[in-house]
Design a protein around this ligand. Sequence first.
Ligand code: ATP
Ligand code: MG
Length: 750
Amino acid sequence: MSKSKDFLRTIVEEDLKSGKYQEVHTRFPPEPNGFPHIGHAKSIAINFGIARDYQGRCNLRMDDTNPTTEDTKYVEALKDAVKWLGFEWDDSVRFTSDYFPKLYDYAVELIKMGKAYVDSINEEEMREYRGTVTEAGKRSKYAERSVEENLDLFERMKNGEFKDGEHVLRARIDMSAANMQMRDPLLYRIRHAKHHRTGNEWSIYPMYDFAHCLSDYIEGITHSLCTLEFENNRAIYDWVLDTLELDPPRPYQYEFARLAVNYTVMSKRKLLELVEGGQVSGWDDPRMPTIAGYKRRGYTPESILTFCDQIGIAKANSMVDVSQLEFCIRDDLNTKVPRVMCVLDPLKVTITNYDEKEELDASYYPDDVPKEGFRKLPFSREIYIERDDFSQTPPKGYFRLTPEQPVRLKHAYIISCEEVIKDANGNITEIKAVYHPASKSGSDTSGIKVKSAIHWVSAKEAKTVEVRLYDRLFTNEVPESVEDINPDSLKIIKNALIEPAVITDKPDERFQFERQGYFYADPIDYSDETPVFNKIVGLKDSWGKKKKKAPKSEHKPQAKKEQIDGEVAPMSESEQALFDKYTAELKLNSEVANTLARDKRLSSFYEDALSMLNSPVALANIVANEVARELKENEGETLKFTAKQVAKLVKMLDNETISSKIAKQVFEEMAKSGEEPTQIVEAKGLIQISDTSVIAPIIDEIIAKNPDNVAKFKAGNTKLLGFFVGQALKATGGKANPKVVNELVAKKLK
Ligand code: ATP
Ligand code: MG
């Protein structure tokens, strides 16, 4: 390996060296409920990459424990993705469902040990008994059931004697554990649903926390690599394997940061919404961040792997700039693909002093690309150029063809405009030009100076092609919904003109259309009769320019550099001391503590605020996020607000004078004007509404307006609670107290 080792490889190497394992064995364990996306590519690259680097093995396992959302078409898509990225899984594809009988036996084992019990309280009681972060939970009375009774009930659950939700199997761990996940987690639930592989054989399905660790064990996995959100589940992972006293060696779980990319939605649920809502043509729409989408768009597997390599493997989540992925594909294709000419918006040019026909020799590759290849380029009296490569009233700095300014036709001659022909509406329909015989490319003795070379095609020989111009699917850096979709994410040009060699010689599938970008012959719709090309990426990052205004982006490269290394620089002693204090004494989470400890300005700002208000967590959050952003954006300038003002703001938040949503708004205001937060709140009437008599009628109205969602909620879709709460918060401009809204909504929907 050329680059420095990441923390996972360090662990693997140590475990091999110490003899803990003879061979590394990883797995990629997706749930087949959607097409894999670029985040999965990261996980694939890590799991398969580590196995390959240490001559080990990697399994592809379908984590198919949820019968209602899974489908074999997703299984196929996952297999395709792994293969396309160039990896091979060990043996055949594995399925958690293959282990259902074994998992059942393990559960019986736990019951016999008195370590698991059948619980029969309803969902609401379950939530109530669970306690909160600050309060211990309590155990249900059913936990007293005898082993015999538990065995009997569990078997009958399996046999389908009970309805969904009537009973669950739970681990007996600790209802007062600080880690809420350890409060007697569910191991099995009843689900009368058809499974895509086991059909109606099972009426109970194991939960992730039970199935995952044991599937790893059954397969002989050594390092179970997953994303950070499973950090708290690691305790259950260990508990299950240890409690069962399985024969060693057993696997261990390690967590790495999940990939998030701006201008992109990533969760399979959201992607499914786009597919089902018809916003895209399918899972493989070239605008989708799915592997199938990138593949169809024309991305190469190499470019995706390079990207995964560059972002590295870190222990803290961060947002990656999508332009980094675009850079990787551009960089990859730059050294690989032939350059050809395609006119997207043709304007006819008649060269009045040229009556012959010739075929020019033109290299497919520029000098700095170490590849060779030529084609014949027909040149004739009638050609087409790009409409905007001619201007009758050129702006300053316009280097292309004008009535006064000659231009070079790439690989051919210099032409000068003689006459502009227009239709009745004044639109230019044709240019009459003359060519300069002595200016032939490669043997130019004309002495004529031009400022640029443009692409063109010969009218008679050119082929008509369809070109699909793809752009980012979302205009918003952190897209939330379909409202953020870029209306210009797809433009179809039916009558673009391309030089004939592209179609007849087929020197490649991917091309650089000179001056336009990189393009790919669509693998599905392309035929020689109707060729179709997808735009993969432009030649330059056009979004970077558009964003210039926002100073934020100018600081991105730095963030990127850190990610490229993938390794976090070590802390100095004093930074480390701060970090330890923040995590141990002030109970900040490690990400926030890390941000503060590593930046002197932030830590001293934080300490100042803390000396005025004893609210370490809330203050840390605002300093590590909002204040940090302000400092970055106003580099060199002093901030308009003080630590004291931030403390005042947080105080209002703490005593529920304002909601957290409003707090953000007040912060923005304060950062801009330097005004006192208390004054901003007062002047704008932003005080949080906790009064139920104000909130209740708003909720009633929302409930009345959404009978469909009410019905769905009552039918068991409890996730819709969030919908109602969100609507109510929106209706009050974010001023309603979310806690009160939550309670009221729950009560009213009962
Ligand atoms: P999503 O939330 O997007 O639906 P998921 O986590 O539910 O994804 P799984 O199919 O359960 O998807 O994930 C399979 C593997 O891929 C897991 O190990 C998971 O940690 C990893 N993975 C999923 N998303 C990402 C991501 N954005 N970055 C890195 N790894 C990911
Ligand atoms: Mg999932």
